[in-house]
Write a protein that binds this ligand. Structure first.
Ligand SMILES: Nc1ccn([C@@H]2O[C@H](COP(=O)(O)O)[C@@H](O)[C@H]2O)c(=O)n1
Ligand SMILES: C[C@@]1(CO)OP(=O)(O)OP(=O)(O)OC[C@H]1O
Length: 160
């Protein structure tokens, strides 16, 4: 069996008048993430990890922020496309692990919904999709609630 590993990171600014979408789940909060797409940092980090595992570049290469086609894009739709790319190359996902860094809101009540949504798009079992949350102990841009960031690691597997 062949294995490849990739990691991804993304950060978006918190602003008013935007929805907060993480892992495809709309989370009630007075602030949301700013971006050309729906600014779903968690899904973006996971896509970059999937692409990185196969040295296929990053999401900006496939979905340029300058392209009006991706304005307001649902990141789960983009995730499905990145997954197709991985499958076409003969790989499948072994497991994903990720962490969202957010001072607020409390994400714990939403973690399982995120895992289930991501798993459904990626044709995985929820136990193959780890999503964790941490504050940044009020330190730095995430700690000051200027933004939310996410980190992801993806293991890809393929038969010989
Ligand atoms: N936005 C967040 C941040 C954290 N959690 C949960 O709280 C636990 C403690 O967080 P610390 O940053 O103080 O270590 C963490 O392990 C998460 O379970 C959360 O739900 N939402
Ligand atoms: C998916 C894209 C599409 O514009 O989303 P953005 O909201 O621009 O977010 P960013 O993580 O800055 O860059 C990735 C883009 O490709």
């Amino acid at each position: 069996m062949n294995i490849r590993i990739g990691n991804g990171y993304d950060i978006h600014r918190l602003v008013s008048d935007r929805p907060l979408i993480l892992g495809g789940v709309h989370i009630p909060h007075e602030l949301g993430l700013l971006g050309h797409s729906d600014a779903d940092v968690l899904t973006h980090a996971i896509m970059d990890a999937m692409l990185g595992a196969l040295s296929l570049g990053d999401i900006g290469h496939y979905f340029p922020p300058s392209d009006p086609q991706w304005k307001g894009a649902d990141s789960l739709v983009l995730l499905k496309q990145v997954h197709q790319l991985i499958l076409q190359q003969g790989w499948k996902i072994g497991n994903i692990d990720s962490v969202v860094v957010a001072e607020r809101p409390k994400l714990k009540p939403h973690i399982n919904s995120m895992r289930e949504k991501l798993a459904a798009v990626l044709q995985l079992e929820p136990n193959q999709v780890g999503v964790k949350a941490t504050t940044n102990e009020k330190l730095g841009p995430t700690g000051r609630e200027e933004g939310i960031c996410a980190y992801a690691v993806v293991l890809l597997v393929a038969d010989d």
